[in-house]
Design a protein around this ligand. Structure first.
Ligand code: PSU
Ligand code: MN
Length: 301
């Protein structure tokens, strides 16, 4: 086995016996939500994956190893340490591993770890993308390059409107990453089901999606697939309220000069504050919804 991988026995057994496994990221725990909601959500996400017939593997870097599958204590530690844990994307991996530090993996780092372990399906809330104003700042998430090159399917709730949705879709097209809509032709925008943008293909069942994934990789086309799963109707937020909150959060970010890897966590926390916590409720529900779909796809693969 890969020298740096530490696969939890339950996950290793599932992989050996070709059972369905779903990868889960840890930046959403440390940087995406406040304690204790982050811990409760992480554990509920794992439960949801199990209930749908797959084994969850939450991923993080600890003690010089890439951990595939965390214990409850490890999840609790990440949840409590929050933003003092290092948000780890592709470029941060060698530093965190060689220093034997704790790193919470973003979508990009989680995809890398999942591919090393042989996990094909990954559930999260939202992926990173091309930020608004990227023509000046060059702020484009490493998640997009990872989707271009790493063979893992990512189930998310579409593209967050803190990002530039149009530019993110253009980038994904250039990189050859299919964007699928689960039972929708419209690209969902994380907290809302509508965005005014279209996905590439509408897919109606987990079977259909599993079929497309298998086909892509059998053909030898490297890279990921984005599966955009709209937030459940009952948990979707009002579009106008969200637009105002997001515009205000971005204005504050610019006024404070917040850049680089701090941008996304800042915007998420600001939006939560501006919506009196409503965005967090919606965020939790959409993650659970994605975990369920990811498990169904993994079972079909
Ligand atoms: N979107 C969320 N919650 C999150 C993230 C995105 O709704 O926690 C995290 C994911 O880990 C994602 C990362 O990979 O933010 C993207 O950060 P950046 O924009 O700095 O690439
Ligand atoms: Mn960035």
């Amino acid at each position: 086995m890969h020298k740096y991988l530490a696969i939890k026995p339950e996950v290793a057994h599932a992989l050996q016996t070709k059972k369905a496994v779903v990868a889960l990221e840890s930046t959403i725990i440390s940087h995406g939500m406040p304690y204790p909601k982050n811990m409760q959500t992480a554990l509920q996400v794992e439960e949801t994956v199990r209930a749908a017939g797959a084994i969850p593997a939450t991923i993080a870097l600890m003690n010089g190893q890439i951990k595939i599958g965390l214990t409850v204590d490890e999840i609790e530690m990440l949840a409590k340490q929050g933003t003092s844990v290092i948000k780890t994307s592709r470029r941060d991996i060698p530093y965190i591993l060689s220093k034997k530090m704790t790193g919470a993996t973003t979508v990009s780092a989680t995809m890398i770890a999942a591919e090393l372990a042989g996990i094909k399906v990954f559930a999260t809330g939202g992926i990173g993308g091309v930020h608004r104003g990227a023509e000046k700042t060059f702020d484009i998430s490493a998640d997009l390059q990872e989707l271009a090159h790493t063979n893992v399917a990512v189930v998310c709730a579409g593209i967050k409107s803190i990002l530039d949705l149009g530019l993110t879709l253009e980038y994904l097209e250039t990189m050859g990453v299919p964007v699928l809509g689960y039972q929708t032709k419209e690209l969902p925008a994380f907290y809302t089901r509508k965005s005014g943008f279209e996905v590439d293909y509408k897919m109606d069942t987990p079977e259909e999606i599993a079929d497309l994934l298998q086909t892509k990789w059998e053909v030898g086309l490297r890279g990921g697939v984005v599966i955009a799963n709209p937030v459940p109707e009952s948990d979707a937020l009002d579009e106008i309220v969200m637009k105002q909150a997001i515009d205000k959060a971005i204005a504050e970010q610019q006024a404070l000069g917040i850049k680089g890897k701090e941008s996304t966590p800042f915007l998420l926390a600001k939006v939560k504050e501006l919506t009196q916590g409503q965005s967090l409720v919606s965020n939790i529900q959409l993650v659970l919804n994605n975990a369920r779909l990811a498990a169904q796809i993994a079972v079909n693969l």
